[in-house]
Design a protein around this ligand. Structure first.
Ligand code: NAD
Ligand code: GLY
Length: 363
């Protein structure tokens, strides 16, 4: 097992990465001296596969868990489901010392984390991410929240978990498309922070796509270490943390205009990152050969790098970008790359330049 620490003073926590870790859930929660009553929040897909092991592990360690299952998919990240969870927690009489286990992908992690942040003004929670995307990104760093009709993640909090258990065995049942979507965040870490990771992925992405435990453990641990370093320096995104949003301004807008369903988050940010690379070539000196390497790696991961963009869709993309949380003082700011492994954040870009970058990803 690999352990990566997120250093945030008295809110620090470890990320455990390895095969078969779900069975250690109860023991690890006992080690943290969490209260007896708890809730495991999961979705229908993950519940079928993982809830039994999680509940057994908790019960054996002396905990009294209740299982709350929400529908699978992005639309589950809603205030309606937050309310459903609150009602179940209250019915099971969870108290201040009780805790929540988020068992699932980023949707469950964001939803359950938000419920934990707000129920009784905040109770402990443990992340058990079961998608690649959640293991390398969403379960770490404490961003929790739900969507509004007006946009993604518009209601939320910064609320750190007590522990992250990334069980690589759970990834075996992840649909291929979801696995590829997770690779979009993995590649992002290479672009924003680690040119060596990027080059390694260029060399052996096929091996990693076969989900062999050893190479997967290595890559998940490296991504978590990068995220931990960034979050450790800037927990609430007043500066550096913004680099984690590379390609996300356009990516979130793509998700929004296509109604959160057509493109998975990872697919949308794949197109968004290629657009951001094109924008970087025009604005921040990213060499054209780096743009080509970025586009090729997303293609090699089996991710989309272009989309149909008629004038009406473009208009909607700009409207959605203006609503994004990253807008400040009415200005859309971008993370731009100078070279692979090095980015700058908070960059003002004229609408015409964004349009030109969108031309490059439009087919
Ligand atoms: P997801 O949670 O919807 O999971 C993808 C699908 O895979 C779902 O259908 C789920 O039921 C299924 N699934 C999950 N684990 C499985 C397994 N082991 N076997 C079989 N099926 C499984 O999607 P995701 O890609 O994990 O997360 C996307 C969400 O994460 C988005 O809402 C995004 O906004 C959020 N996110 C949050 C952060 C953050 O910092 N909080 C960062 C990145 C993304
Ligand atoms: N995924 C972006 C962040 O955690 O800040």
């Amino acid at each position: 097992m690999r352990v990566v620490n997120v250093s945030l003073g008295d809110r620090s926590y470890p990320i455990h990465i390895g095969p078969g870790l779900l069975a250690t859930l109860g023991r690890e929660c006992a080690r943290l001296k969490l209260g007896t009553r708890c809730a495991v929040i999961t979705d229908t897909n993950v519940g079928k596969r993982c809830a039994k092991t999680a509940l057994r592990s908790l019960t054996r360690a002396g905990f009294a868990p209740v299982l709350i299952t929400v529908p699978a998919g992005e639309t589950a990240k809603s205030l309606k489901n937050v309310q459903t969870c609150y009602d179940r927690l209250a019915a099971h009489r969870l108290e201040r010392k009780s805790f929540i286990v988020a068992l699932g992908g980023g949707v469950v992690g964001d939803l359950a984390g938000f419920v934990a942040a707000t129920y009784l003004r905040g109770i402990d929670f443990v992340q058990v991410p079961t998608t690649l995307l959640a293991q390398v990104d969403s379960s770490v760093g404490g961003k929790v929240g739900v969507n509004l009709k007006a946009g993604k993640n518009l209601v939320g909090a910064f609320y750190q978990p007590r522990l992250v258990l990334a069980d690589l065995t759970t990834l075996a049942t992840l649909p291929e498309r979801e696995f590829r979507a997770g690779l979009a965040e993995v590649i992002k870490y290479g672009i924003i922070y680690d040119a060596k990771l990027f080059a390694r992925l260029e060399r052996d992405l096929p091996r990693r796509r076969r989900r062999q435990t050893q190479p997967l453990a290595e890559v998940v641990a490296r991504c978590c270490a990068i995220k931990a370093e960034v979050v450790g320096q800037d927990e609430t995104e007043s500066g550096l943390r913004a680099i984690l949003n590379f390609g996300h301004t356009i990516g979130h807008a793509i998700e929004n205009i296509s109604g959160y369903g057509k493109y998975l988050h990872g697919e949308a940010i794949s197109i968004g990152q290629v657009a951001a690379a094109e924008l970087s070539a025009a604005q921040s000196g990213l060499p054209q050969r780096d743009v080509a390497r970025i586009e090729n790696l997303f293609r090699a991961a089996g991710l989309p790098v272009t989309m149909k963009l008629n004038p009406a869709a473009r208009k909607k993309i700009f409207a959605a970008m203006r609503l994004d949380k990253k807008v400040s003082g009415g200005e859309i700011k971008f993370v731009l790359a100078r070279k692979i492994g090095r980015v700058v954040w908070g960059q003002r870009v004229a609408e015409a330049a964004v349009n030109a970058a969108l031309d490059k990803v439009s087919r």
